[in-house]
Design a protein around this ligand. Structure first.
Ligand code: HEC
Length: 198
């Protein structure tokens, strides 16, 4: 499906990346008991906005049935663990049909030059906010976290999805992600391999 649409904007990639984000955020909410309250609330709000957007993205991607399965969750309270688990199972079922096109990011695999560029992009454009942040500042709702830690701990597809959806450009490019798929793939590999610089 590596396709005609610009990277990060094709309907398939957007729907799949948003599903992966929702799945990852549900897992974090469910499996991180020590999550600071502000961060917990931030995740809840993001899950609500993912649920608001996904039915539309799934319809665009030719999956009205999938959209129909998610829509009721926009009105269900997500406060109890059983509801979170049921929603996670629904998202897993949808992900079985909406798979990330990993080859668009990683085939052919990044070269040494790609990895060096990835490191330079990080040092110039990302480190100021993300470096050494661990799991993020406890008081923030959606804190900037350490990308090296995330890349190691999260499933590879989820981290790629976070890189697709989480990197924002400036107003001049309508906050679109300025990174190419190849740069995202190289950065994901670099984060997983390299020790964080100090
Ligand atoms: C001005 C500060 C700042 C800069 C610069 C910045 N980020 Fe972020 N980033 C944040 C904050 C704050 C968040 C958390 C809010 C959110 O998820 O939208 C975030 C979120 C993310 C996420 C999503 C995390 C998640 O939980 O899903 C990724 C991935 C990411 N950034 C990668 C990058 C990369 C790669 C760069 C450099 C190209 C970069 N960021 C530059 C502040 C920054």
């Amino acid at each position: 499906m590596a396709g005609a649409a610009p990277r990060g904007q094709g309907p398939s990639l957007r729907a799949t990346a948003e599903l992966l984000l929702l799945r990852g955020d549900l897992r974090r909410l469910d499996s991180t008991p020590a999550l600071p309250p502000a961060n917990r609330e931030g995740l809840r709000q993001r899950i609500a906005s993912e649920l608001g957007l996904l039915p539309w993205l799934l319809r665009q991607d030719g999956d009205p049935a999938g959209a129909g399965r998610l829509r009721p969750w926009q009105h269900r309270p997500l406060s109890d663990p059983a509801a979170l688990k049921a929603l996670a199972a629904t998202v897993d079922a949808l992900l079985a049909r909406h798979k990330l096109d990993r080859a668009a990011f990683l085939d052919p695999p990044p070269t040494v030059a790609d990895l060096q560029q990835a490191r330079a992009i990080y040092a110039t454009y990302c480190a100021a906010c993300h470096q050494g942040m661990g799991n993020g500042q406890p008081g923030a709702m959606l804190p900037a976290r350490d990308l090296f830690l995330m890349a190691r701990r999260e499933p590879a597809d989820e981290f790629l999805a976070r890189m697709v959806q989480g990197v924002k450009g400036t107003a001049a490019i309508r906050f679109a992600n300025p990174l190419t798929a190849r740069q995202i793939g190289a950065m994901a590999i670099m984060f997983r391999r390299a020790p964080p610089s100090r």
